[in-house]
Write a protein that binds this ligand. Structure first.
Ligand code: PTJ
Length: 243
């Protein structure tokens, strides 16, 4: 569908089209459409813009990714449809491998996501391996790659479900997420929650990493130490109530 740029909801409809295209290409699950709808509702309540509390989280996330020993970026069907180019670029600048990890199990979809990422300039894309799994999780998301999430200290999991976030934490991983819903279990449990649309947050995260890569580890660790995720979530809720 072609939406005229003059349409007052142009940007929101453009992003919605990316998800629909993802489903048509077999990258995104049908359930991904409802997950996207929930995100849209929260984005609307947040005024569809990046707030100061999200900038604070982006700065802490950039610091944590740059100081991590073995960071990994987890990719699902929604993230791949919305920000495949950005995921490839982020993987190169940190550097960190991308690892496909989907909730609605499908080997075919995993391979389609992998090919889509590679077509969009990603280089290191790992797939889960059924011989390896994390503990405390029963869904398809327990399977991991031995060179990726299994040995990661920091896992970046945009648009995640709460179960897996909790399991990753119990497995000793630090979790960074992007989630428009400040009330979700993932938002509440993650070490760092970027309450913003993934489409707006990814370019800002890369810009911040580029700026922060000149900083020494002491300065980056100081940024992480001063970061308060609970306060960020409270500020996001206050913003929703005010609008
Ligand atoms: O590809 P799969 O099988 O792994 O499935 C992926 C989805 C996203 C369908 C699956 O992980 C899922 O069901 O997720 P949830 O539990 O619905 O959580 C998705 C979270 O992402 C919700 O809290 C949404 O508010 C949020 N969200 C949706 N779209 C965006 C978003 N956050 C940031 N930016 C968005 N564009």
């Amino acid at each position: 569908m072609t939406v005229p740029k003059s349409h007052p909801r142009y940007e929101s409809l453009r992003i919605r089209d990316l998800i629909v295209e993802g489903v048509e290409k077999g990258i995104t699950s049908l359930h991904g459409l409802t997950a996207h709808g929930r995100g849209e509702a929260f984005d609307y309540l947040l005024g569809e813009k990046t707030h100061d509390f999200a900038i604070k989280s982006i700065e802490a996330a950039a610091s944590m990714l740059l100081t991590a020993k073995h960071p990994v970026i987890s990719v699902n069907g929604n993230a791949a449809a919305l920000v495949s180019k950005e995921l490839g670029r982020l993987s190169k600048i940190i550097p960190a491998p991308l690892e496909i990890n989907i909730f609605h199990a499908s080997k075919k979809r995993e391979l389609k996501i992998k090919n889509h990422l590679i077509e969009n300039c990603a280089e290191r894309v790992l797939l889960p391996n059924k011989k390896y799994q994390i503990k405390f999780l029963d869904s398809n998301r327990k399977y991991v790659n031995p060179n990726g999430i299994l040995e990661a200290d920091v896992v970046f999991v945009p648009l995640e479900d709460g179960d897996r976030t909790e399991a990753l934490i119990k497995n000793g991983k630090k979790v960074i997420t992007i989630d428009l819903n400040p009330l979700s279990r993932t938002s509440q449990k993650a070490k760092i929650t970027i309450v913003d649309n993934i489409v707006r947050a990814m370019p800002l995260l890369m810009k911040t990493i580029k700026k922060f890569e000149k900083y020494d580890n002491n300065k980056l660790e100081e940024i992480i130490k001063n970061y308060n995720n609970k306060k960020v979530l409270e500020d996001a809720l206050k913003t929703i109530k005010k609008l």
